[in-house]
Design a protein around this ligand. Sequence first.
Ligand SMILES: Nc1ncnc2c1ncn2[C@@H]1O[C@H](COP(=O)(O)OP(=O)(O)OP(=O)(O)O)[C@@H](O)[C@H]1O
Ligand SMILES: [Mg+2]
Length: 240
Amino acid sequence: MATEAPPLQVSNLSVRYGVVPALNDVSIQLREGRILTIIGANGAGKSTLIKTICGLVKPVAGEVRLFGENVVGQSPDLLVAKGLSVVPEGRRLFGEMTLLENLEMGAFSRTDQKAVKRNREHVLDLFPELRDRLSTQAAKFSGGQQQMIAVARALMSDPRVLLLDEPTIGLAPAIVDRIAEIVTTIAQSGVDVLLVEQNAEVALEVADYGYILEGGAIVMGDEADTLAQSAEVQRAYLGI
Ligand SMILES: Nc1ncnc2c1ncn2[C@@H]1O[C@H](COP(=O)(O)OP(=O)(O)OP(=O)(O)O)[C@@H](O)[C@H]1O
Ligand SMILES: [Mg+2]
């Protein structure tokens, strides 16, 4: 039997901003049914990797394969239609718009309104704390709730692959735990998850395996448990 192509495969990806290198020969693979994390400090290139995968930044070399298809050069909208969705860094909600309108924006490419409505119910089941506040302006929610809205909006396109760029940054520990729990639930529902984080502790708890990104290059990759036991990772990222 032929093996299925992985949901996401990045090969030898290099990105520059002008002459400044941001990613250098990055190769990662997101395997079906597993949560992958990329851990990196400020400026390591995490957001650049996410933006390149989702078509916002063009690489100078390398490939991004979504279910086997090289999608480099395709527009972000087309990639959403092909099952890729992103929770961007800093959430980027439409603050003046209501929660419901933000969710509708997440489903902009879909035409089957019945399916969208079912999808919305499913998303609100995931976030019961949002259900009764659909007509509240997004900007009025707490930071943790806004992050939940960003995740909920990303799920409104019914993705097969979800990329999350530092969803826990700046949030109180209890909310970080809630976000971690939600990411796990999303993965269990059959969505393949790539979680980019500076918070190695939560990332390695949630993920099955991970890579360490330093100065635009992958310097280590292993099962999450193994990374968490590594003396180098403990010293540089876990403060042990
Ligand atoms: N639009 C841009 N133009 C020029 N340089 C950029 C641009 N965006 C990012 N960079 C540079 O590229 C490198 C990687 O940035 P990137 O935002 O991908 O890092 P990051 O790991 O997401 O950092 P953070 O944890 O702060 O979000 C940094 O040196 C950054 O200054
Ligand atoms: Mg970033």
